[in-house]
Design a protein around this ligand. Structure first.
Ligand SMILES: Cc1cc2nc3c(=O)[nH]c(=O)nc-3n(C[C@H](O)[C@H](O)[C@H](O)COP(=O)(O)OP(=O)(O)OC[C@H]3O[C@@H](n4cnc5c(N)ncnc54)[C@H](O)[C@@H]3O)c2cc1C
Ligand code: FES
Length: 270
């Protein structure tokens, strides 16, 4: 797949929830080559500091307009600089990068989306992709945040016929507790997904992996690691993988999240 470097024009950059911003960029080459679950590396300003580009997932892709959106949480120097930019400013962007979401298997009808915090970002584009394929999926979103004010655009999923289950750590909205508690409670013999997609912080993803293994479920998980190059060269984003022959573990190897991921099929990493 081609990778492009573009000077992308910012069309809008606005706060959409507590600490969360949405940016729309005009970058026709990247927007037309990208698919949901992939990401791009942003050079946040034309100076030596911060030195490294920052990775962000595409939240929505609009090929016809040559634009894409990202949702980002302000957590440090790079994202603070981004939040101060305005429409008409430009950013140097490299993308699309990595392997994104794949369609579910044909038999899958009940599909669950599990999104923790800013891990909601790639689900907007994923939902667009599944709806474009016009398959009669029943989609249930489990979306967890620290507090109600951090929730982003839940109405998008409701308007697109998803069942939406909100969870907050402080109980200000929806189920009081972690998303993984809500998922485990809902997953019973009578309510079990045929397939799931998951994106969120590392501890959540660990529990999702255990839940999937215990219930023998299939799905795809978008993993996050610190990244330096984003193109498979520095090995800074590597995660371990066990290789099995039947039940027996024969080797432990490594996968680069920026090249073999960030989206892994359950089974890629076990
Ligand atoms: C493939 C991929 C896709 C991503 N997509 C999104 C997205 O759509 N929206 C979004 O808000 N963020 C996303 N991130 C995380 C985002 O890249 C970091 O939050 C960002 O680089 C922080 O930059 P900073 O300069 O503001 O923070 P820094 O000053 O670099 O760090 C501030 C704090 O953020 C933490 N941090 C830095 N990088 C990461 C990281 N990669 N993962 C988790 N914590 C980090 C640091 O540990 C530190 O505590 C993604 C990361 C990856 C690897
Ligand atoms: S970030 Fe350099 S190899 Fe993945």
């Amino acid at each position: 797949m081609p990778i492009f470097q573009e000077k992308a024009r910012i069309l809008k950059n606005q706060r959409v929830a507590q600490g969360v911003w949405e940016m729309r960029l005009q970058a026709p080459q990247i927007a037309s080559a990208a698919y949901p679950g992939q990401f791009a590396m942003f050079r946040v300003r034309d100076e030596l500091s911060p030195l490294l580009r920052r990775p962000f997932s595409f939240s929505r892709l609009n090929t016809a307009d040559g634009t894409f959106d990202i949702l980002y949480k302000v957590v440090g120097q790079g994202t603070r600089i981004m939040s101060a930019l305005s429409a008409g400013d430009y950013l140097d962007i490299l993308g699309p990068l990595g392997r994104g979401f794949r369609l579910p298997p044909k038999h899958a009808r009940e599909i669950w989306f599990l999104a923790g915090g800013i891990g909601i970002a790639p689900f907007f584009g994923l939902l667009d992709m599944l709806r474009q394929h016009e398959i009669g999926f029943n989609i249930t979103l489990f979306y967890g945040a620290a507090t109600g004010e951090e929730l982003v655009r839940c109405e998008f999923f409701e308007q697109n016929n998803c069942t939406v289950n909100i969870c907050t750590d402080d109980g200000t909205c929806g189920f009081h507790g972690f998303i993984t508690d809500s998922v485990e409670r809902t997953c019973t013999l009578t309510s079990v997904p045929d397939y799931f997609y998951s994106c969120g912080p590392h501890p959540m993803q660990q529990r999702v992996m255990e839940w999937a293994k215990c219930n023998n479920l299939q799905g795809q998980m978008s993993m996050e690691t610190m990244m330096a190059c984003g193109v498979g060269v520095c090995l800074g984003c590597s995660i371990s993988k066990n290789f099995f022959a039947g039940e027996q573990k024969i080797e432990t190897g490594y996968l680069r999240v920026c090249r073999e991921g960030p989206v892994f099929t359950i089974g890629d990493r076990t």
